[in-house]
Ligand binder design. Structure first.
Ligand SMILES: [Zn+2]
Length: 260
């Protein structure tokens, strides 16, 4: 199981169970209650006496730290059952209601959650906003479900600032995963490229270049590609010119003028 390449700090906490006993199909975002960097946040979970940890810390400056391997269960959400299947993320926040996070932390959080979904095969991040419905739900293949600490303990976590944005986070992450799904392969790109060039390979051209085009044909620089388009020699005016073709053009020009 991999960890996020977005993490620039790694400080593994002893407060964990290795390995986790359930496939990752949840993400639980927490508020750290303090505007810390990822490094400082991870440090807090280093003493065994702390008896707490998380998989990742997102700092107020957008830094990301790995505190417990994704393959292991963190001690984060007051629910072993949740934490065995969730990737838990502590996000640097103000230390009072509504536990706001910085823009940088929020942006890094979106990147991290997207990365966690992608690496764990999720195409969709779901937020139901309802404890009973969520805990009773069995995620389908390709689904990742968001849960919150306040469902498992008498806590405000993740704070109203982040809690109120859970729908937005789920929508934005799903949108990003969708977009990646649409990314074309190299083979498709080449196919589209040749399709696009075919479109350009006819006699369409601008009026502004008329004099030059007529001259180029007349002196024998351009002869078209040997096929016809609309009954005319196909000059492919708007297609790309390769370096090879440029050399041939200059050479023809030089020959015609006794320069080569
Ligand atoms: Zn929490």
């Amino acid at each position: 199981m991999s960890n996020s390449p977005l993490a620039t700090v790694t400080q593994i906490s002893p407060n964990r169970n290795s390995p986790r006993n359930h496939k990752i199909d949840r993400i639980t975002i927490h508020c750290f209650v303090g505007q810390v960097t990822a490094r400082r946040g991870c440090e807090v979970f280093q003493p065994a006496s702390k008896k707490a940890s998380c998989n990742y810390v997102v700092g107020y400056d957008g830094s990301i730290g790995l505190c417990v391997d994704e393959g292991d269960r963190s001690w984060c959400s007051s629910s072993p059952a949740n934490d065995h299947r969730a990737v838990t993320i502590e996000t640097a926040s103000d230390n009072k209601h509504p536990y706001a996070v910085t823009e940088k932390a929020y942006a890094a959080l979106l990147d991290l959650v997207t990365d966690i979904c992608r690496r764990n095969g999720a195409k969709k991040l779901l937020w139901f906003g309802d404890k009973d419905k969520t805990l009773a739900y069995t995620p389908q293949a390709g689904e990742m479900v968001m849960t919150v600490h306040r469902w498992f303990a008498n806590k405000a976590c993740p704070g109203d600032y982040l809690y109120g944005r859970h729908g937005e986070i789920a929508a934005e992450v799903t949108r990003r995963l969708d977009e990646e799904d649409d990314e074309m392969s190299y083979e498709q790109f080449k196919q589209y490229m040749s399709q696009y060039r075919k479109e350009l390979q006819d006699n369409d051209c601008g009026e502004w270049s008329k004099e030059a085009r007529e001259w180029a044909i007349q002196v024998g620089l351009f002869a078209g590609n040997g096929t016809t388009s609309d009954g005319q020699p196909n000059m492919m005016w708007q297609d790309q010119l390769s370096r090879e073709q440029a050399a041939q053009l200059f050479y023809r020009f030089a020959k015609n003028n006794g320069l080569a």
